[in-house]
Design a protein around this ligand. Structure first.
Ligand SMILES: Cc1cc2nc3c(=O)[nH]c(=O)nc-3n(C[C@H](O)[C@H](O)[C@H](O)COP(=O)(O)OP(=O)(O)OC[C@H]3O[C@@H](n4cnc5c(N)ncnc54)[C@H](O)[C@@H]3O)c2cc1C
Length: 382
């Protein structure tokens, strides 16, 4: 049965859709939110359940540099709604925030659940429809949205379905989409790493990108902060590709260390820098018996060890299946007006959040994209 519920429809009640609905409601707009699950369900796992809602970078010219895709586009967006505005938004919602030492901003409660509840409370005046949108049709100046249970007609439509689904529906009405690829994700390696799975090495440096941070070895390959950043920078690269890590940048003169500790087993000597089990793994890769005394390490053995430590090679075969935190790709940015978030291809259709071809590093940048683009879209719906 066709129903005329209201003028503005928002498909997707994640952070972006809910933020847009919140600001739209403040402007007195008549809004229907459509989502197949509860509003803000997707905020729950963020920040490990604590919701890293933004990053303490208050200069928007600097903030944009944390987005491998979208830097130029976000310049205009963040000049109107940036980190300080996010903190104000959360205060309006009744959520106090604090900044961690590394710049990540969280609710004082450290609870994503609180964020979900406070948003849901403020959105009570919106009509919420718990249905899955299946098809959109543009009929004259209006949009017909067909769901698994009903159909609705809207004057303007906001599309905020996130990065995991929903692209086909908009492609069918003429929206250009950059092919989605996983980002902020572990890397499956050709080399077997399961012997050292669970081990974290702090502050390694990746040669190809110049990035330094911690690496985690896993049953499928490598993960952890440095790998997440690499996966983001290389999201559009073809597999396979090779990565090299300096696992121990601070050790620049192994020979002196060997000379000063002639009677120590090499595994124990390296064990002063790295986890013992990992040293045994590296030594085996270098073809050196871990129980060799240091004074028995000859030049060739030393160079083999150094090669493994300073040029540790990982052949990336693919990304971890279904492990991505965000999606690189989405609605093509040159087809969206950053001042309104309106499509240049379909009049009256607006986008916000991860559905667009914007993705940031870990640290609160992806949610910032949702709050900012959600705000801009709402202001343009009047
Ligand atoms: C485990 C994890 C942790 C994260 N932690 C952080 C963090 O701490 N900080 C940070 O900045 N970012 C984090 N992110 C990224 C962040 O969660 C996303 O960037 C953000 O949720 C995107 O919001 P969105 O509203 O654009 O899309 P989504 O959150 O994906 O929401 C889209 C909504 O649309 C609905 N939908 C989709 N298709 C349809 C349809 N056809 N019909 C009806 N409804 C539909 C979905 O049900 C969903 O509710 C994390 C991501 C993950 C996976």
């Amino acid at each position: 049965m066709a129903q005329d519920l209201c003028n503005i429809g928002i498909i997707g009640a994640g952070p972006a859709g809910c933020c847009c609905a919140y600001f739209g409601t403040k402007l007195g707009l008549n809004i229907t939110l459509i989502d197949s699950s509860a509003p803000m369900r997707t905020i729950l796992p963020t920040g490990g359940g604590r919701c890293n809602l933004a990053h303490a970078e208050y200069d928007f010219r600097e903030l944009v540099k944390n987005y491998p895709r979208g830097e130029k586009f976000l310049y205009s967006v963040f000049s109107r709604f940036s980190t300080a505005d996010t903190i104000d938004l959360f205060e309006e919602l009744g959520i106090k925030t604090y900044t961690q030492e590394d710049g990540r901003i969280f609710p004082v409660s450290d609870s994503s659940k609180e964020v979900q509840e406070k948003f849901s409370e403020k959105l009570k005046s919106c009509k919420f429809v718990k249905e899955k949108a299946l098809r959109i049709e543009k009929i004259g100046n209006r949009f017909k949205v067909v769901t698994d249970m009903n159909s609705y007609t809207f004057d303007k439509l906001v599309y905020a379905t996130g990065g995991h689904s929903g692209y086909e529906m908009i492609k069918r009405i003429g929206v250009s989409v950059v092919e989605p690829k996983p980002s902020l994700v572990g890397i499956v390696s050709k080399e077997k790493m399961s012997d050292v799975m669970g081990i974290v090495i702090k502050n390694v440096t990746n040669k190809e990108t110049g990035l330094s941070d911690d690496i985690l070895f896993t049953h499928f390959g490598v993960s952890g902060p440095v790998v997440y950043k690499i996966s983001s920078l290389k999201a559009r690269d073809n597999f396979p590709y090779t990565l090299h890590f300096d696992l121990l940048p601070e050790l620049d003169d192994l020979q002196s260390v060997l000379n000063n500790n002639p009677h120590k087993f090499i595994k124990n000597l390296l064990g002063e820098y790295l986890p013992l089990h990992f040293c045994e793994f590296i030594l085996k890769l270098a073809g050196v018996n871990p129980d060799t005394k240091s004074h028995r390490i000859d030049g060739k053995m030393r160079d083999n060890i150094l090669e493994r430590l300073h040029h540790f090679e990982v052949t990336a075969k693919s990304t971890q299946k279904d492990g991505e935190t965000v999606t690189a790709g989405g609605v093509s940015l040159d087809k969206i007006n950053p001042k309104t978030m309106e499509s240049k291809e379909v009049e009256g259709l607006y986008f916000c959040g991860e559905v667009i071809d914007v993705d940031g590093f870990c640290g609160g940048f992806n949610l910032q994209n949702c709050w900012s683009t959600g705000y801009i879209a709402a202001q343009s719906l009047l």
